[in-house]
Design a protein. Structure first.
Length: 147
């Protein structure tokens, strides 16, 4: 086999193994960490001439899954593309060492209300109701549900 033939064979093999075109959407979905197990968008926000939607992200990890909760502001640009504008980590979830069984989100002019069912793996799966109120200024109140 000549060097030219060998080189051509290598190029053809590499071309066959490589994707024909990049798919940024598929690539970004494939890049999500397996611990990101729940993502929801809800409601719209508008502040200082910027606007977009809210996104709730739940990360679960560990042998007895413990959840982390994030609230994000996604901003819609002039071209329609979304970018991450702000991100708030609800730190109390780390301290609680609980999983999130289910949650309901409501948006209003002041921000978000998130009603959570927390599961305590250390207590045999006992369930507790918590609530999160987060404003557009990123301040929040998180604790046991008051109802």
């Amino acid at each position: 086999m000549t060097v030219r033939t060998l080189l051509a064979a290598c190029i053809l093999t590499a071309a066959a193994a490589a994707p024909l075109h990049a798919d940024p959407v598929a690539d970004s979905v494939a890049a999500l960490a397996p611990s990101i197990q729940d993502v929801r968008t809800v409601g719209a926000w508008e502040k200082d001439g910027h606007k977009g939607i809210y996104r709730i992200v739940i990360d679960r990890s560990g042998p007895e899954p413990m959840a982390r909760l994030f609230v994000q502001w996604l901003e819609r640009g002039a071209d329609g593309a979304m970018t991450l504008s702000r991100n708030v980590d609800i730190k109390e979830m780390v301290e609680l060492k609980r999983n999130i069984g289910d949650f309901v989100v409501e948006a209003d002019a002041d921000g978000l209300s998130v009603f959570l069912e927390l599961v305590d793996p250390a207590a045999g799966g006992a369930k507790e109701s918590y609530e999160l109120f987060i404003g557009d200024d990123e301040s929040y109140r998180f604790g046991p549900a008051s109802n």
